[in-house]
Design a protein around this ligand. Structure first.
Ligand code: PGA
Length: 320
């Protein structure tokens, strides 16, 4: 491997990521024959084939897979080093990879605005996915920080709760229960219910509460998007339970209301977590500090007014 160059490893990493020499050439602004030549020389240095072609597709061999994961480690460490050096020079620079659960997408982009303005040298990549997929990403060490409301207990992580995440019952504004107070939870069993998809933590939390109170929901529709659920509620397809944050941006045309149901809101928190074994980059540390110190204050600006109204269901109207 002594003859292998960093450039060859970079070309290989990109080609392996795309499973294509053509796409690697595009990403690296090289010609396709240059990519092939670099991979050929690297293969010679390794002494084993790195790719095999089946039909038109390229697959990594066992040696290729090992080299791919080694390259990811090498380039991860190099990028950490670059960020540390930038920090020594007094600049906060580098990249931050965040993965957040679907409901947190209503909050995190808003928090990123002031952060990116303060640190213009930081590039942020934000992945939005459900709870189960997020845990897969954590297990595969794909991102720097993760935001979710139920941190895993079987992985060695550091976690910090930074914001409340109330789950509320939502109904169309013309629903007969809208003006009632303290609605018994059992009453929800009579309503068509719109449920998040399996793998969603919102779904798991609702199912747990319903099971505790022997409520069997009539699930009319299963949707993996909070936005689609809100549209379905407004369209009269049923009621649902979503994070209050999903309403944060709404105006005043009153298509959805929060029902005053006993045992609601279900109170949980959002946590920012990271793998304990992974040393955080300077940039990730900077974002973590920002979340801890300022996250709640900024996010609350849009949610507290809704929360104040939550008890008075008739006032807690929101539009789409
Ligand atoms: P979900 O997660 O998007 O998987 O429902 C929500 C949460 O963990 O807060």
């Amino acid at each position: 491997m002594k003859q292998a160059t960093l450039h060859q490893l970079k070309v290989f990493e990109v080609a392996a990521r795309h499973g294509s020499f053509t796409r690697a050439a595009e990403e690296l602004f090289l010609t396709q024959p240059t990519v092939s030549m670099q991979i050929k020389q690297l293969t010679k240095a390794v002494g084993l084939p790195l790719f095999e072609q089946v039909g038109k597709r390229l697959y990594l061999t066992e040696a290729g897979k090992e080299l791919f994961s080694t390259c990811q480690n090498i380039f991860g460490l190099l990028s950490q080093f670059e960020m540390t050096v930038a920090n020594m020079k007094g600049m906060k620079q580098g990249s931050l990879s965040l993965a957040v659960v679907t409901t947190a997408k209503y909050v995190i982009p808003r928090l990123l605005g002031p952060f990116c303005q303060r640190f213009p040298g930081i590039d942020v990549s934000l992945k939005v996915t459900n709870h189960e997929r997020l845990l897969e990403r954590l297990g595969n060490n794909k991102d720097d920080l993760y935001i979710l409301s139920k941190p895993p207990t079987n992985t060695d992580i550091s976690s910090y709760p930074f914001l409340e995440n109330p789950l509320v019952v939502l109904a169309p504004s013309n629903h007969p229960l809208v003006n009632e107070s303290n609605i018994p939870i059992e009453r929800l069993a009579q309503e068509p219910f719109i449920m998040r998809e399996p793998g969603s933590n919102t779904r798991r939390t609702v199912e747990k509460l319903f099971a505790e109170h022997d409520v069997s929901a009539q699930i009319r529709l299963e949707l993996s998007s909070n936005e689609a659920i809100k549209q379905a509620i407004a369209g009269g397809l049923g009621i649902s339970v979503l994070s209050l944050h999903t309403l944060a941006l709404e105006g005043a045309s009153n298509q959805i209301k929060i029902l005053d149901v006993e045992h609601f809101p279900i109170m949980s928190h959002w946590y920012v977590i990271n793998l304990s074994s992974k040393q955080l980059s300077v940039v990730a540390e900077t974002f973590l500090d920002y979340l801890k110190n300022e996250g709640k204050e900024i996010a609350d600006q849009s949610v507290v007014p809704l929360q104040k109204n939550m008890k008075d269901a008739s006032k807690a109207a929101v539009s789409l």
